[in-house]
Design a binder for this molecule. Structure first.
Ligand code: 5AD
Length: 345
């Protein structure tokens, strides 16, 4: 198979027919060629820069019951927590000192965080740190709510679509969640003017290669600024406890394919990649990712935001270890920069 020819067409056209995409997704022989083409494109657009985002996991209380997720509402074993506004502001203050210029507020869909509560937190951060980007990752809300967060000073929003195939979506989620609504939320966010991030899990239960192609096609329609993907990782207290975790190399091939399809996208080398392999984060960068999101949450809650088994939260995952992270990123051939790191388009 002439992988170089296929990859060159992808590089040139930012697109391929479904059959060629499927071949690349499934062929281990393409690993290195894909990574080097993706690295060429990332260096053309972003040089060797890696942007860092300080992740504040502010609540693991969630009203949803996604079958894959460790903080699903019916996991009675999860020890629940919720950070106060003061806790969150302390995280930002510590993060700012460490050089972070983007704060990502991520949480379960926790009813405590009403629009009023959210807007108060967002506007406080906005006033204290006018030079920083505020990213939200708080799930599905009404367009009015999203607009209120934007008006309060939030700039970016992460909401993975998880899978762009209806019947696959319904095998991963209970009946009260739908792909239609997820997509509607994503388009609302775009209309409001957020920089929008979406993405999917690789090797989630029942996923086919066709499903992954549909994910790429949906992203072409959405044209997100940020794309986050990671391998599915089992969590022992979920209905998917007995499914295998996802493939490291398939995830890396998809990172490279995404870089070639979306040359300007901000693509994180995710915690899930770092969890399934000790060098996963660096491998993600070498495959075309250009963002890392270390954990700024208070140490006492880090172990509790367990989306999947063994999720890493110490070492260079921790924001306070940013010096260690810088060295790791350098050893992979890149350079951490503390710029806000908005999308270059
Ligand atoms: N394995 C991998 N990723 C997961 N997520 C949730 N549960 C898991 C899991 N078991 C991802 C989802 C979600 C993001 C916050 O974490 O894609 O959007």
């Amino acid at each position: 198979m002439d992988f170089l020819n296929i990859i060159n067409r992808l590089k040139l056209n930012r697109d391929l027919p479904d059959e060629d995409l499927k071949l690349l997704i499934d062929s281990a022989e393409a690993n290195e060629l894909l990574a080097s083409a993706a690295d060429e494109i990332r260096r053309k657009n972003y040089a060797d820069e890696v942007y860092i985002r300080g992740l504040v996991e502010f609540s693991n209380i969630c009203k949803n019951n996604c079958y894959y997720c460790g903080i699903r509402c019916s996991n009675a074993k999860a020890v629940r927590y919720r950070l106060s506004k003061e806790d969150i502001l302390d995280c930002c203050s510590e993060g700012y000192e460490l050089g972070f210029r983007t704060f990502v507020l991520q949480g379960g869909e926790d009813p405590h965080f009403t629009d009023e509560v959210m807007c108060d937190i967002i506007s406080s951060i906005r006033n204290l740190y006018p030079d920083c980007a505020i990213t939200l990752s708080v799930g599905e809300r009404s367009k009015e709510s999203y607009q209120a967060y934007f008006n309060a000073g939030a700039n970016r929003f992460l909401l993975r679509h998880e899978t762009a195939t209806d019947d696959h979506y319904s095998r991963l989620h209970p009946d009260d969640l739908s792909l239609v609504n997820r997509k509607k939320c994503l388009f609302h966010l775009k209309e409001i003017g957020f920089q929008v991030g979406s993405g999917f899990m690789v090797d989630s239960p029942y996923q086919t290669t066709e499903n992954l192609v549909a994910d790429l096609r949906f992203l072409q329609e959405l044209q997100p600024d940020m794309i986050g993907i990671g391998p599915f990782i089992r969590h022992e207290d979920t209905p998917f406890a007995n499914f295998e975790s996802g493939s490291l190399y398939k995830t890396l091939r998809l990172v490279s394919i995404l870089r070639l399809m979306f040359p300007y996208a901000l693509i994180p080398s995710t915690t899930a990649l770092g969890t399934i392999h000790s060098q996963g984060r660096e491998m993600g960068l070498r495959a075309g990712a250009n963002v890392v999101m270390p954990n700024l949450s208070p140490k006492r809650v880090r172990e509790l935001y367990m989306l999947y088994d063994n999720k890493i939260s110490t070492d260079e995952e921790a924001a306070e270890s940013v010096e260690k992270l810088k060295k790791k990123v350098e050893s992979a051939g890149y350079r951490v920069v503390t710029a806000r790191g908005d999308v270059k388009k």
